[in-house]
Design a protein around this ligand. Sequence first.
Ligand SMILES: CC(C)(COP(=O)(O)OP(=O)(O)OC[C@H]1O[C@@H](n2cnc3c(N)ncnc32)[C@H](O)[C@@H]1OP(=O)(O)O)[C@@H](O)C(=O)NCCC(=O)NCCS
Length: 214
Amino acid sequence: MPLFYQHNIDDTTRIAVWKIEEPEAFFLEKVPVKKDVRHPYKRLQHLAGRYLFLIIFDDFPLDEIEIADTRKPFLPTEKYHFSISHCGNYAAAIGSSTDRVGVDVELETPRLYTISHKFLNPEETAFLAGWEHLTQLHLQLTTILWSCKEAVFKWYGDGGMDFRKDVWLSGPLTFRSNELIDLPFTFNKGTEQKIQMEARIFNPLVLAWIKTPA
Ligand SMILES: CC(C)(COP(=O)(O)OP(=O)(O)OC[C@H]1O[C@@H](n2cnc3c(N)ncnc32)[C@H](O)[C@@H]1OP(=O)(O)O)[C@@H](O)C(=O)NCCC(=O)NCCS
């Protein structure tokens, strides 16, 4: 079953992940193509991301999606706020009729360590150092922090974000019994704002999202 994960975050906000195993024709039966995506693999990811909205909402107007100058996709009517991510054979989508949202999905890879200095501030680096003795969890938590910041970038939508200075982990993580992790962040692009992120680890995948009242 290619639907890998589905979760109703609350009454109005839903998230899902698709594991891509189908040919392009499968998605093209239902997903209108408006954007010219040349690379076949990227086109498949693009189609799978949009396909998910037909699963999580039965009235999502896929054909009305437009792309802003920032490259953020949106619905002019704002019937739903939504966000899309893909990585490898996975696509993730979050949508909400009430909240602004952002999502990111990442495959765990130690290659992320080569760029960690570009997105972690000194406090976050020190926090992660405390987990270094647990090699896999350390990589998963590093990936989660990256994924959270990518999700915030999409939620913000205006671009021009410094991942080290504009958004940071600002409190302890809570590991919940339902396998979700709560992460308190602070976002500051002029005005400081507390934001609550959620994440889930699906070895070898990490999923992170944000939702705030629109
Ligand atoms: C836009 C960005 C987040 C996309 O990330 P990515 O890893 O290439 O790809 P993902 O699969 O996670 O997300 C792609 C989706 O994001 C969405 N997207 C693209 N630009 C967006 C934007 N400006 N705002 C919101 N969503 C955006 C699109 O839906 C896209 O999928 P689609 O083209 O199929 O519709 C990324 O390219 C980027 O610019 N990140 C910020 C980089 C940065 O500033 N880093 C500094 C620290 S190193």
